[in-house]
Write a protein that binds this ligand. Structure first.
Ligand SMILES: C[S@@+](CC[C@H](N)C(=O)[O-])C[C@H]1O[C@@H](n2cnc3c(N)ncnc32)[C@H](O)[C@@H]1O
Length: 217
């Protein structure tokens, strides 16, 4: 039981993590090309601690209920777990991540657009994407960066805007408070167990459309 975050009681029961499929499609079964000090080499997802299994990725796209015409963004793309699953499902997805070493592997997944970018300053115009599905970094050191990226994620979404977030429990409260200040509607859909005993809430966020206030002259 997690007593610090209000996440007691685990899931709503809509997510079932089938152990066999989890292993069959685990990040350790795939490689990803990275570039370090000018050299390219193959990395394995399980070593990098950041790749999402395709079972978990599929769950997020099921929640997202994306249409094949939607343009989706994963702004914390990492080793591309969500990107490869979106492609497998015939969905259109753009990918970005702040970490330069991921560039060759992300390009190989052939997203609609692949870029190295900080999620707080995305190189996309306003109202560009139909949906964002993403898994920000888990470590507490990144919490403020993740919170600071939320207005930017909203900016690139077509209004009213929908975002599916898989976050760690230590991000949950801060992210929820910030979204509250942005008048977003936040629904906790379920909790996905991740490596190392982490329990990660899955949030469905809907931003209200901003209606400009007209002042009389
Ligand atoms: C949990 S991992 C994502 C894993 C990914 N879903 C996968 O399946 O491989 C989080 C990613 O966020 C990236 N990241 C950290 N800070 C960032 C920022 N400010 N902007 C964009 N990406 C960032 C990290 O480089 C890392 O790859």
């Amino acid at each position: 039981m997690d007593t610090t975050t209000g996440l007691e009681g685990a899931s709503n029961g809509s997510f079932f993590q089938d152990a066999e499929s989890l292993l069959a499609d685990a990040p350790s079964q795939r490689t990803f090309e990275i570039q370090q000090v000018g050299k390219r080499r193959l990395a394995f997802g399980h070593r990098a601690h950041r790749a999402l299994s395709s079972v978990d990725a599929r769950f997020l796209f099921n929640i997202a209920n994306a249409r094949s015409t939607d343009l989706i963004l994963d702004p914390f793309a990492g080793y591309g777990g969500l990107v490869s699953e979106a492609k497998r499902c015939g969905l259109r997805i753009a990918a970005s991540d702040v970490d330069k070493i991921l560039s060759p592997g992300l390009s190989a997944l052939q997203p609609e657009v692949g870029s190295i970018a900080d999620a707080r300053y995305l190189p996309f115009g306003a109202d560009h994407f139909d949906l964002i599905v993403t898994e920000p970094p888990f470590r507490t050191a990144y919490r403020q960066d993740v919170i600071d990226s939320l207005p930017e994620l909203r900016r690139v979404l077509k209004p009213p805007g929908r975002l599916i977030l898989l976050i760690s429990t230590n991000m949950y409260e801060g992210v929820q408070n910030s979204l509250g200040k942005m008048d977003a509607d936040v629904k906790r859909i379920d909790i996905i167990p991740r490596g190392g005993g982490l329990k990660c809430p899955v949030l469905e966020i809907r931003f209200e459309e901003i209606i400009p206030v007209l002042h009389e002259a």
